[in-house]
Design a protein around this ligand. Structure first.
Ligand SMILES: Cc1cc2nc3c(=O)[nH]c(=O)nc-3n(C[C@H](O)[C@H](O)[C@H](O)COP(=O)(O)OP(=O)(O)OC[C@H]3O[C@@H](n4cnc5c(N)ncnc54)[C@H](O)[C@@H]3O)c2cc1C
Length: 446
């Protein structure tokens, strides 16, 4: 295995290279506009608005790459950061795309006639269709919960609207021939189109084919405390993959890898099993997770992974794990792995749960404590009578009571409900823990 320091350096370089490549691609026409001469047929503002439209469309197209689960793209940052970026960049892309017609209508009011969808030429209709798809895409993403749209329905709609927005945007551009006159601009667009088609083929055909050839078999279905079920899965006819504790995979149980059916779950077993088997511990929350307990032993499933940058391996004198609810699963993998590796550094696990009976892995944590310098601190919101342990929520004070200074020397891992994660990140800042020393995994991409 590669040395962690070298790996982190490679990731930083790769991350920086991606950012530069991205900016060059998206900003190329703006640079050309600022440095090159503007053709006589097009004034500055027309060219500028077209460049903004180009940049917006290019950003939208590149969005597919951010969420396509390419390990060489996601590794430097981790999936949750990329999904966050995906959301923020979408807002910028939409702003650019809207700015494009607004500027045009301001400098050339005669173009307002193009808003008449019935009489407008197709190239203008495509623009309207692209804009409409984009706005519905944005509204359904920002307000999915408020609009009470099921995750699966939203995900399908999201893909359809995104493809529609980009394809009609592209057709609009081809219709005007705006960015197809200069050879280098033509090259940029051909590259982007090839990239989109390649991406689509990779995500929808090539990767599912690989997954189909590497199935897993469910060998154990274990009921856990806290409405949670652990699935143990063994590679069927292949060696599986190796993961780093803290990482996760996409699980497909019903449906084929060709559909949009995968759900993300952290691995909860030790990374040291050596036989390629993986375990996922899944809390009953909705349609999919609610049916996990019904999965029969022997069922063929698909696991796409490993993903995620929420991993141990950084220099640390002590690991501090802060878990809330089902956020215990990656922590379980971390403590099991450290125990199997006979790691002698102290581990403090601050574990928030509702009550004593619903503490997932309660007994296993006691067992692991016999093999690792592990101090588990249960923090209960609904403690039993006579409870003399921590109660309420995990706070900076709870941290101070159970974690010995120097706080900046330890490595922190946080996973749990969003309010807990926000509170913990604020608490660590309060304790002057540098950002590079704490890692968060948010269980929500959308
Ligand atoms: C990196 C990561 C690791 C996770 N690890 C675990 C774990 O170890 N154990 C565990 O119990 N849960 C874990 N989760 C949460 C788990 O993925 C969701 O609870 C599960 O997908 C819910 O699906 P559902 O159909 O049962 O519920 P629903 O009611 O349909 O969904 C509940 C919420 O889960 C999210 N969600 C649903 N489906 C998906 C999907 N296909 N892809 C992404 N998000 C989705 C949405 O935010 C949705 O609002 C993890 C999530 C992430 C992002």
């Amino acid at each position: 295995m590669q040395d962690n320091g070298v790996m982190r350096h490679t990731h930083s370089l790769r991350g920086a290279a991606w950012v530069v490549g991205y900016l060059v691609f998206v900003l190329a026409p703006l640079f050309a506009l600022l440095t090159g001469a503007v053709g006589p047929a097009r004034d500055f503002w027309t060219e500028f608005s077209a460049a903004l439209g180009y940049a917006g469309l290019a950003m939208m197209g590149l969005q597919f790459g951010l969420t396509a689960r390419f390990r060489w793209v996601t590794e430097p940052w981790g999936e949750d950061v990329l999904y966050h970026l995906h959301r923020q960049l979408s807002l910028v892309a939409v702003a650019l795309v809207i700015a494009h017609p607004v500027i045009l209508f301001m400098v050339r009011p005669e173009l307002l006639d193009l808003l008449n969808f019935v009489d407008a030429p197709w190239r203008a209709r495509f623009a309207a269709l692209s804009m409409a798809s984009l706005l519905v895409l944005l509204a359904t993403s920002l307000w999915r919960a408020r609009l009470r749209i099921r995750y699966e329905t939203w995900h399908h709609l999201h893909v359809v609207l995104a493809v529609a927005a980009v394809v009609t945007g592209l057709l609009h551009m081809v219709g005007w021939g705006f960015y197809l006159t200069d050879p280098w601009k033509r090259a940029l667009w051909i590259a982007l189109t090839v990239f989109w088609i390649g991406l689509l083929v990779h995500v929808r055909v090539i990767r599912p084919l690989f997954m189909l050839r590497k199935p897993y078999t469910v060998t154990e279905v274990r009921a856990e405390r806290g409405d949670t079920t652990t699935l143990r899965m063994e590679p069927d006819g292949h060696d599986g993959f190796r993961f780093v504790p803290g990482q996760f995979g996409w699980l497909t149980v019903w449906g084929s890898p060709f559909g949009i059916t995968g759900h993300p779950f952290s691995f909860s077993n030790s990374a040291e099993t050596g036989d390629g088997s993986v375990e996922m511990s899944i809390r009953r929350l909705g349609d999919f997770s609610g049916r996990v307990g019904e999965i029969p032993v022997g069922r063929r499933v698909y696991v796409d992974g490993p993903y995620g940058a929420f991993t141990i391996g950084h220099p640390a004198d002590m690991h501090v794990l802060i878990a809330g609810g089902v956020g215990i699963t990656p922590m379980m993998s971390i403590v099991r792995t450290l125990a199997d590796r006979h790691d002698d550094r102290p581990v403090v696990l601050l574990y928030g749960a509702t009550d004593w009976e619903s503490i997932t892995f309660r007994e296993e944590l006691d067992e692991v404590a016999g093999r690792l310098a592990l101090n588990t601190v249960h923090v209960l919101t609904d403690p039993p009578s006579g409870w003399d342990g921590e109660q309420g929520f995990i706070t900076a004070d709870v941290l101070r009571r159970h974690v010995a200074p120097p706080y900046g020397e330890h490595e922190y891992f946080i996973c749990g409900p969003p309010p807990m994660m926000d509170a913990m990140e604020a608490a660590l800042r309060e304790l002057d823990v540098p950002m590079s020393k704490y890692h968060s995994e948010r269980y929500s991409f959308a």
